[in-house]
Design a protein around this ligand. Structure first.
Ligand SMILES: Nc1ncnc2c1ncn2[C@@H]1O[C@H](COP(=O)(O)OP(=O)(O)O)[C@@H](O)[C@H]1O
Ligand SMILES: [Mg+2]
Ligand SMILES: [Zn+2]
Length: 456
């Protein structure tokens, strides 16, 4: 056998081998076992998570000579034909390049004939959301009166683009992103099988770059072997993945947490020197702050975070320099600025100035605090009191009333909490009486009058 890329070589051949899609696999397994297979399925989910692979295993399960069985033999002619893509009864169509109504009509014509060899005809349409409206309409007619022994499997990365009329006639399965741990373990397994030497940090780099897609992980490992041979070094991986140096990200977060804006220029220079695209780097910085927030908020981060124990410890120490709320605020503004950076004609200056702002952020009082302070003030504040609110004034007024005097007495500074505002008010009044201020006010009024005059 010639050279096979890992994605093909390690394609699961049975339901048990499918990684990370337990709910889907179990439902299909039981449906086959109990002979309750539906006429049409939709498999949705991101790229490289096992949709096509599962569709083919389902096809084998239904058509295996020893079946229908949830455990196809993978040895009979039918199983082998399906595996090698040459079965006349299992038809795989790429919806992205066969979008028209005529393409669907071709399929419908073929459906008039019984399966050539197998029990069932199985039509797999990949990227089905790309079909035209008329193609969907034609497909709908077939789904309304499906020919006997025909099973449809539609795969899509964009479920929301499939018409509701089609969805309502299918059993739908959502394929999940593959979690970090599963991808890591799978790569480790392949590395062992293929005698590839790669460190756990290297495996982590590949896993992180795969971003939830097992196929991407396998392809990246392929690329790494082509680049480095069977001894994959971390530095080589960094070149292949153009991964931003973690150390640099930590230097940035330290500058922000420790409020050292002067370090930013030098650090941005480093980013540019290392050849990173600034927008790409900014994305990595967002991810870094997200990781910091995560370790600050969640206790058990194993499945969510792509780090070994040592790196996790480092991340926790770093996150300890700020509160959860602060990190969240940093993360929020970094995300807000992402768009601005994308459209800026001076991305370097934009990045520098925004990161400097971030360094000053701790000192800017959060809105919540301001609201609390205002609330506190308003609780302590009483509406302006009448002079009779002051006991001393009341006493004097009452005294005078007794002797026939009615003149009101103005409150003096009696040490009451409201005295502060009264004092301020008298200061303002005093200031207004200042000849310089009067002068200014007069000029101001004069100007306004002159404008008004011109208008007339
Ligand atoms: N859940 C999975 N379990 C095991 N291998 C997988 C899984 N998902 C993807 N792969 C690997 O990636 C390759 C491509 O997967 P595929 O089923 O074509 O993905 P999709 O159709 O979702 O884009 C497979 O041949 C297999 O090697
Ligand atoms: Mg596919
Ligand atoms: Zn078989």
């Amino acid at each position: 056998m010639g050279y096979l890329v890992y994605a093909r070589k390690y394609r699961p051949k049975t339901f048990e081998e499918i990684i990370g899609q337990k709910a889907v696999v179990q439902t299909l397994y039981n449906a086959i076992k109990n002979e309750r297979v539906a006429q049409a399925y939709i498999f949705s989910g991101m790229r490289g998570v096992g949709k096509t692979t599962t569709a083919r295993i389902l096809a084998k399960a239904l058509n295996c000579k020893k079946g229908p069985t949830p455990v196809p033999c993978n040895q009979c002619d039918f199983c082998l034909e399906i595996d090698e893509d040459r079965s006349l009864d299992v038809i795989e169509i790429d919806g992205a390049s066969n979008t028209g109504v005529d393409d669907i009509r071709d399929i419908q014509e073929g459906l008039q004939y019984k399966p050539v060899h197998c029990r069932n005809k199985i039509i797999i349409i990949d990227e089905v959301h790309m079909l035209s409206r008329s193609a969907f309409n034609a497909l709908l007619k077939t789904l309304e009166e499906p020919p006997e022994n025909t099973i449809f499997i539609f795969a899509t990365t964009e479920f929301h683009k499939i018409p509701a009329t089609i969805i309502s006639r299918c059993q739908c399965f959502n394929f999940k992103r593959i979690i970090h741990k599963d991808i890591y373990e799978h790569l480790k397994y392949i590395a062992k099988e293929e005698n590839i030497s790669i460190s756990s940090a290297g495996l982590n780099l590949l896993t992180e770059a795969a971003d939830g897609s097992l196929r991407d992980a396998q392809s990246l490992l392929d690329q790494a072997v082509s680049f480095s041979g069977n001894e994959i070094k971390e530095d080589d991986l960094k070149v292949i993945l153009a991964t931003v140096n973690q150390e640099l990200l930590f230097q940035f977060s330290s500058a922000v947490f420790e409020e050292k804006p002067d370090r930013i220029f030098e650090l941005v220079e480093k980013v540019i020197d290392s050849g990173y695209d600034l927008r790409y780097f900014h994305g990595k910085l967002i991810q870094h702050f997200r990781n910091l927030l995560l370790v600050r908020s969640v206790k058990n981060t194993e499945d969510i975070l792509p780090f070994g124990d040592k790196d996790l410890e480092k991340l926790r120490n770093e996150a300890g320099k700020a509160s959860k709320e602060e990190i969240l605020r940093y993360l929020d503004v970094l995300q807000e600025w992402e768009q601005g950076l994308r459209y800026s004609s001076h991305p370097r200056i934009y990045l520098e100035s925004s990161l400097i702002k971030l360094c000053h952020f701790k000192r800017i009082v959060p809105l919540k605090k301001i609201i609390e302070q205002l609330k506190g003030k308003s609780e302590g504040f009483r509406p302006r009191s009448s002079s009779r609110d002051f006991p001393q004034v009341r006493e004097k007024q009452d005294e005078r009333a007794k002797i026939g005097e009615t003149k009101q007495i103005k409150p003096k500074n009696f040490g009451n909490p409201s005295n502060e505002s009264i004092k301020k008010e008298s200061n303002t009044e005093k200031a207004l009486k200042d000849p310089k201020v009067q002068d200014f006010m007069d000029t101001f009024k004069a100007r306004i009058i002159s404008v008004e005059e011109k208008k007339i």
